[in-house]
Design a protein around this ligand. Structure first.
Ligand SMILES: [Zn+2]
Length: 227
């Protein structure tokens, strides 16, 4: 009986730490001001040595800058790509160290996920990352203090053309253009999380860029969108 009560207590504590922390997400950023006809494209899960350079080439050709939410461990393996992003005017931001869901991280591991990525990205770019996107969009109660310590803000998105289920490139482009709104933050993936995601992004990106600019939107970084 006592064991069952303990298990129940631990379960409730875990639920408060994970599910409960989602009550704090209104304090996170979901979009920018409605007054400005600006949209931020954001790229998660990289850098990927094969795909990210092709995404950067496409953005350079279109003279578009965006925000890259990098996985620290991947950034450590591709430092030249992180430097290239910074040199080309993109915003380098944090997606944690290992992409482990924060629902599976205690307070100490959460602080490490935030702190280790923060330090590495700062060393590679010469500036401190100001924005953090939680892997899988999942937060816990320890995250917000860790972010405050490093001066990072939690950023979600207002348009996500592909989640965990693969969506064809044309459908993704259509969805972004249909849902585009002033201040939108678009969540894209330049590395594998959902299988094949970067290839679909590359196929969808030209139509997204043309369509959004054709609709009169300026494409900016998250830092610019929220400035
Ligand atoms: Zn991710």
């Amino acid at each position: 009986m006592r064991v069952r009560h303990l298990a129940l207590g631990a379960g409730l504590a875990w639920a408060a730490y994970t599910w409960g922390a989602h009550l704090l997400t209104p304090a996170c950023v979901w979009r920018g001001r409605r007054a400005d006809r600006r949209i931020a494209l954001t790229f998660d899960d990289g850098p990927d040595p094969a795909w990210t350079p092709r995404v950067l080439d496409l953005l350079a050709a279109g003279r578009v800058r965006g925000s890259f939410f990098l996985v620290g461990a991947r950034a450590a393996r591709a430092p030249e790509l992180v430097r290239r992003m910074a040199a080309e005017g993109h915003e380098v931001a944090s997606h944690g160290w290992s992409h482990r869901s924060l629902w599976l991280c205690g307070p100490r591991r959460t602080a490490e996920e935030v702190g280790r990525a923060h330090e590495l990205l700062t060393a590679l770019t010469g500036y401190e990352p100001r924005h953090f996107r939680p892997p899988w969009g999942m937060v816990n109660a320890a995250l917000f203090a860790a972010l405050r310590r490093h001066g990072e803000r939690c950023v979600f998105w207002s348009i996500q053309p592909e989640g965990r289920r693969p969506e064809p490139a044309e459908a993704q482009a259509r969805r972004v253009l249909a849902r585009a709104h002033p201040g939108a933050i678009v969540d894209l993936h330049d590395a594998e999380g959902t299988p094949g995601a970067p290839a679909r992004l590359l196929a969808a990106l030209p139509a997204m860029l043309d369509g959004l600019r054709g609709a009169g939107y300026d494409l900016v970084t998250v830092a610019e969108l929220l400035a």
